[in-house]
Design a protein around this ligand. Structure first.
Ligand code: HPA
Ligand code: MG
Length: 219
């Protein structure tokens, strides 16, 4: 099973005043949960694990799951590219993007929509690395894997920055995990609450005030 850095249920995180938080979010967050520096250091190690597992023989297609995955994707690929630059061996990487949407407020809507991205025909016969921000129930990823399978890739591996410990999990575990986090709604480092908080460097826990402020009224 993939190893991961565990953030325990009683983890208090860090006081907001210890870090630089944008003024416009100061009142909307509970605590800093995973500081940006720690995300970067863990990502560097994931890159090393991925490179040593994938081997060097064949090119890979890195598939970014938008929008939440964009920062992790960029940083992970930078670390992988650095290894490719400095090692005696290297492999080619191309990038593809897919945009999925399933959450409104802090709830899954039940329908997972593909709302754009590259033509998945690019994945046919390739070694594919799917890069995601968070596995919560696991439903979104199972659906995406099902979709990708139709294009008959040679090999598929999934990397997720976060995996949530939740009773709603369908039991899916990705191949590479950055952190396992408690069952709380987290934002920042491109993870959003109704499209807000992507412009926050650290992974933080949103507070009730933040949820109210950025809620989409039920129609
Ligand atoms: N935060 C942001 N997006 C999410 C989460 C979360 O905790 N779970 C599923 N999508
Ligand atoms: Mg999201």
């Amino acid at each position: 099973m993939a190893d991961y850095m565990k953030i325990s249920d009683d983890e208090k995180g860090y006081d907001l005043s210890m870090f630089c938080i944008p003024k416009h979010y100061e009142d909307d967050l509970e605590r800093v949960y995973i500081p940006h520096g720690l995300i970067m250091d863990r990502t560097e190690r994931l890159a090393r694990n991925i490179v040593s597992d994938f081997g060097y023989e064949e090119p890979i297609v890195a598939l970014c799951v938008l929008k939440g995955g964009y920062r992790f994707f960029g940083d992970l690929l930078n670390y992988i590219s650095a290894l490719n630059r400095t090692s005696d061996r290297s492999f080619q990487m191309s990038v593809d993007f897919i945009r999925l949407k399933s959450y409104q407020n802090d709830k899954q809507t039940g329908k997972i929509q593909v709302i754009g991205g590259d033509n998945l025909e690019n994945l046919r016969g390739k070694n594919v690395m799917i890069v995601e921000d968070i596995i919560d129930t696991g439903r979104t990823m199972l659906k995406l894997l099902d979709l990708v399978k139709d294009y008959e890739p040679k090999k598929v591996r999934v990397v997720s920055l976060l995996v949530k410990r939740t009773p709603h999990s369908v039991g899916y575990r990705p191949d590479y995990i950055g952190f396992e986090v408690p069952d709380k709604f987290v934002v920042g480092y491109a993870l959003d609450f109704n499209e807000f908080f992507r412009d926050l460097n650290h992974v933080c826990v949103i507070n009730e005030k933040g949820k109210e402020k950025y809620a989409i009224p039920k129609s």
